[in-house]
Design a protein around this ligand. Sequence first.
Ligand code: PFF
Length: 445
Amino acid sequence: MKEGKDTGSLHSGKLRSSFSGKVGYVLAVAGSAVGLGNIWRFPYLAAKYGGGIFLLVYLILMLTFGYALIISETAIGRMTKRSPVGAFGAFGKSFPFRFGGWVNAVIPMLIVPYYSVIGGWVVKYLFEYLRGSTEALAEDDYFSGFISNGVSAEIWFLLFSLMVVAVLFAGVKQGVERVSKVMMPLLVILAVFVAGYSMTRPGAWEGVKYFLIPNLDNFSWMTVVAAMGQMFYSLSIAMGILYTYGSYIKKDVDIEKSTGQVEIFDTAIAMLAGLMIIPAVFAFSGGDPDTLKAGPSLMFITIPKVFASMGFGTGAGIMFFLLVLLAALTSAISLAESGVSTFEDQLGWNRHKATLLMGAIIVLFGSASALGFGVLDFVSVLGMTILDFFDFLTNSLMMPIAEIEQSSDFKRKKMYCFFMKFLAPVCIVIILLSSIASVFGWISM
Ligand code: PFF
C-alpha cells in the first residue's frame, strides 16, 4: 500500500501516516509497551527487589507519574503532528529544545539494534523448544555457549531484524497496526495459559504470595529506584515512540481513556509474567534467594531449567517463548518506527528509503552487540559488553536526560503539573545518579 493514501494531516506537502482508528492505536501503543521489559525485566526485578512491595511501588508510580508522562508525550505528538525532533522544535528553536528532540529521536535508534539481538535469542529458544531440545536448553552452559558463538547469534539476530523491517516496509496501517491487532490478543491468551500452568505447579503458591503480598521488611531505597526505571522502560516513555504514535492519531481519540487502557494492558501482562516466572522459580528452588536474584539470566537460564524439571515442559517452553517473541516484535517495531518517522520528517525521505536506513542502523549496531559476546568479546566499554553498554547509554543516561529536557513545557491539571514540574526532574535525576553509581560499583542494583 502506498503510505500517501493513509489519511492524516498534511505535512511538508505529504500526507502523514495514521492509524485507522482507536482500537488500532491502543493495540499498537500496547504492543509497544508490552515487550521484553514486561516479560523478561519486570519479573527479575520484582523477584530481586522485594516481591509484593516492589509491585506496590511500581503500581503507584505507574498510575501517577507514568500516567502524566504518557499523556504529555502523546498529546505533544498529536498536537504537533511530528516525530520527536519536530515536536520539540514546535515549542522553540533554542538549543534545549533541539537537543531534547534529538535525544528522544536517537534513543530508540540505539535501543532497537541491541533489543533485536535479544529478540534473536528468543527466536532461537523458540526454535529449539519446537525441536524438542528441552533438556539441552536446561544445561548449565547452553546460554553462554550460544551467545558466544558469533555466527549463530548473528544469524538469529538477522532473522528477527528482518521480521521487524518487513513490517515497517508495509506501513503504519498495513504493517504496524495489522500486526498489533493479531499479535496482542494472542499474547494475552498465551500469557493466561502459561501463568495458569506455572501457578498450579506443586510448591508454586509460596511464590504467588511473595509476588502479590507486600512485605515492608523487603523494602529498600533500591525498590523505588528500580521500580521507577522499570516504569520508563515498560511504558516506552522518553523513547520518541509516544510522540510518533501520537502524531498518527486523529483528534477524536480520547487520549486520557486510551492511556488508561494501555496502562491496564501493560500492567496486566507484567503481572501475568510475574505470575509465570516467580511461582515457577519457587516451585523449582523452594524460594532460594540466590535463584530469585538471578537477574537478567532468569529468562534464558533459570526458566529453561524450571521447564525441564516439570511436566509438559516442552509445551510450556513453546508457549512461553512464542509469547515473548510476539511481545518483543511489536516493541521492536515501535522503536524502529520512531526512527523511520524521524528520517521521514527530518530528511524529507519516503518511507521505504527511511526504512532501509533504519534497517542498516539495526544491522550495524546490532551485529556489534551480537558479536560482543563472541569474536568481539575483547571490546569493553566502561567495563561493559557492547550490548550492556548500549542499554546503559540509552536507558540509564540518555533517557533521564531526555525527560528532564521536556519536563516543564506542557501544563495541564494540578496533579499533572505537580508531577511534571517538581517530582519528575527530581526522580529522574535519582535514576540517572543511581545508574551511574551502579556502573562504577558504588552501589549494587
Ligand atoms: N516498552 C517495551 C518493553 O517493555 O520492552 C519496549 C521498550 C522500550 C524496551 C524502551 C526498551 C526500551 F528502552
